[in-house]
Design a protein around this ligand. Structure first.
Ligand code: 5GP
Ligand code: ZN
Length: 112
């Protein structure tokens, strides 16, 4: 999609370092990290959010990317969060589906 920052990162138009990449997804560090680990898992195809008809195969690839990122970052066993901000009330600012993988610190029990 034109003028979508995550499309441009995913298709290589904006050079980025990927922690994980396969045919369907990529993962790269958030520009403005909120925790010691803050990585975005992003499908290469454009979906506005998690309820935009994302194929099961793509969701499975995203889970595989989360596993790889958590392993690389050493937080697979200590724990981490996966967050998909969806829409206005969740504060979604980039309207290309992405999962935040956040960890490396104790985040407590409060979610919102
Ligand atoms: P949202 O609020 O939409 O769930 O989060 C969007 C996230 O994308 C934010 O955490 C923001 O820091 C990150 N972000 C926005 N633009 C860029 C960019 O150009 N590169 C990277 N790596 N992250 C970005
Ligand atoms: Zn996009």
């Amino acid at each position: 999609m034109d003028d979508c920052i995550f499309c441009k990162i995913a298709n290589g138009e904006i050079p980025s370092t990927f922690l994980y990449e396969d045919d369907l997804v990529c993962a790269f560090r958030d520009l403005n990290p909120q925790a010691p680990t803050h990585v975005l898992v992003v499908p290469k195809a454009h979906y506005a959010n998690i309820v935009d008809g994302v194929p099961a195969e793509t969701l499975a690839a995203m889970v595989k990317a989360v596993d790889s990122v958590a392993t690389q970052e050493g937080i697979r066993d200590t724990g981490f969060r996966v967050i998909a901000n969806t829409g206005k009330d969740a504060g979604q600012t980039v309207h290309h589906l992405h999962w935040h993988v956040i960890g490396g610190t104790n985040m407590g029990e409060r979610l919102a």
